[in-house]
Structures are given as structure tokens and as C-alpha cells.
Design a protein around this ligand. Sequence first.
Ligand SMILES: [Zn+2]
Ligand SMILES: [Zn+2]
Length: 269
Amino acid sequence: MRVTVYYLPVFKFDLHIHSCLSPCGDLDASPSAIVRAAKRAGLDGIMIADHNSSRNSPALAEACRREAFRCLFGMEVTTAEEVHCLAVFDTLGQAAAMTETCYNALPKRVNPPDVFGYQAVVDADENVQELEWRLLGAPTRLTIRETGECVHRMGGVFIAAHIDRPVFSVTSQLGGLSGGEGFDAVELSRHADIAVWRDKTMGLPCLRFSDAHQLDGIGSAWTEADLSVFSTAALKAAFAGRRLSTSCRVPAFSPSSSARTGHPQSGQK
Ligand SMILES: [Zn+2]
Ligand SMILES: [Zn+2]
């Protein structure tokens, strides 16, 4: 008897990487440098998730075109509750519309770069085109529910960011998930034990991303799924079918810290 084994294609992606547009992001983290670092790290697709803005996404799109790499477009929205949420879209137009919504909901305060850091809008050749004047690190006036409704109306995916973190998470700000926020999935940081948190996610799929603020953080955590295309529709299908596993790099204190052993934490079925 001949046994045929089929392997599903595994797509490794990270939807939470900060660029030089985030005040807390490294100035070296241009979209082009991020794409090169993601390829080196063995990822298949990424999204830049700057605070309340997607203005470096056009450079990301061009960098990906040059490198034959895949990406989605979006941002990390800070809601009125000071909860960080990922908004994920397929097109630059959708991400730009969400950015406009965030800008209209931000306080009209000017970012002092010497206090919070520079917010550089760059092109794919790493030329600084503009320094964003708005205080991107501030919370918007949008509640979690309003943000989720907006993201869904625009056709996007809405993810609760780093729910295990002691700051800027649904756990730190509200004590946890109620189930009525409208999230499609939750993100855990690379430090979280997924077995501990799975019971606190209201049945939502658990993802893991790097939340990298420097280039060397890219590849420290990722999610895998059998995606044939990198799109919000494919993500939603993977969420519905629980066809996901999450991985992270060995912590720095380990003797084999440079190894990417993967530690698959599947079994989310
Ligand atoms: Zn965050
Ligand atoms: Zn972040």
C-alpha cells in the first residue's frame, strides 16, 4: 500500500512591526529595511503597524514590490480606553481611510520629537519625506467598539493587541475581554504562555507577533497558517477554521538564543 503525505503550505507572518513613523520606533526601521529584515528572518508576509497611522505603507508596498515580498496594510490604533488594537486591511486606500479616521480623532497636539521621538514618513529609498507633526502616541477619541465597527465597515480585520501586557492592553485597561468588543482575534506577546491565556480570550483565535520596534526584533515572534494568499479574507478563513499556530524565538537568556526553534503552539482547535 502506498501512503501519500500531503503538506499544507505554511505561511509565516507578522502583522505587528513598528517603523520609523512610530515615535518609539527605531529611525533605522524604514519600510525597505523592515522588508529586508523580515526576509532574512524567514517570514513570508508582514504588516507595518505604526501608532494611529499607515503613512509609511506606500513605501512598504513599493519595497515589497521590489523584493517580491508580501504585505498587508494597517496600523495600531490607540482607543479612547488607551487599549492598543491592530487594524488590518488589504489595500493602501483602506489603510489611508482608517488613518484619516484616526487623525480626525486625535487631539490637535504637536509631537515634540525631543521628548517622544521623531515620526518620519519615508519613501522606499529611505528618503525622509516629512516629519509627521501629530502626536501619534496619543489616544484617539474612538472607543474600542467604535474602532472595531469602523475597521469592519472598511472591510478589515480587528485584533486586540498584546492582551497579556501590563500597559495599553484590554487586560490592563479594562480587566479583560467582555466578548462584546468586536475583535476577530487576540495577539499575545512573545512572553505570554498561550496555555494560560487561551481561557481568557472568549474563544477568539490567539496570534503572536513581534511588536518589533527595532530591526533586530523582527522574527522574534510570528504566526503560521496555511494561507494560499495573504489577504484579510484568507486570515478570516484561517481564524474560522483555527488553522493557526504561533511561534517565538528562544529568549535571549537561553544558551541557544540565536536559534529559531519555533516552539509551535498549535492545538488551538
Ligand atoms: Zn501596543
Ligand atoms: Zn505595537
